[in-house]
Design a protein around this ligand. Sequence first.
Ligand code: PXL
Length: 279
Amino acid sequence: MKQIIAVHDLSGFGRCSLSVVMPTLAAMGVRACALPTAYLSAHTAFPPCPHSVFLDLTAQMEATLAHWEELHARFDGFYSGFLGAPEQMEILERCLSHQRRDGFLAMVDPVMGDGGKPYRTYTPQLCRKMAELAAHADLITPNLTEAAILLNEDYDPSPAPEKAAAWLRRLSLDGRRSVILTGLSLTGDTLGAGCFAREAGRVEFAQAPLAHGVFSGTGDLFASVAFGKLLAGESLPAATQAAVDFVSLAARTTLERGGDPVEGADYEPLLYLLAPKKI
Ligand code: PXL
């Protein structure tokens, strides 16, 4: 069974980060070992209140990795997302260099913002550190806001395919890493992603029916499905299409069931669709 390190916050209310990553990868037959970066009472799309909890877990991350080293724990991959403090990047860079071996897959989702704006906990220093961590990845999965931050460009909510392809190539750092750029809408009623696979050196696009609404945590759902498919040996374009299809279905199902997009997509009843065909 594949075993990976999942580095994200745990948000108690609202579906995102570890509360999405762990069930999704488990459904795909992958054992995800959690390295939580922070505990939040609710994710940051909800308005803060005097009782909001944001517990920075940087010290516990360092101790946890030291414990795992004592246990000689070895992993097939690494998936990081929402990070809580700049010091966490250095801890993760050390973790990556310790775990790397043949066949290891390091995916950094450079979670920093959405809709053209950074999330409220992301300072410019944290964004710079995220770019440094992402330089160690085999694959990054930015949305359009994060791509603009990484490239130091203006945010463009609907780039033409040629512009998206140019950004994908630039984000690959001269073909050293693969890239999935999410949140791309190529026609008025579809939404999806573009990918650049470093092995093939080619850009491809994937689209699925658009569900109207701003859904929290769908980037985490997307990255989890794509990562699970890659670990199962699928190609980057196939993994990208599978993630686009699953997120579209979960978002449309949420609207049909009258769910509130800020609480995330109703993906749980659909997880059976991701189960591996062979065990
Ligand atoms: O889905 C990205 C994400 C992860 N973790 C937390 C968030 C968000 C986006 O809002 O607030 C805590």
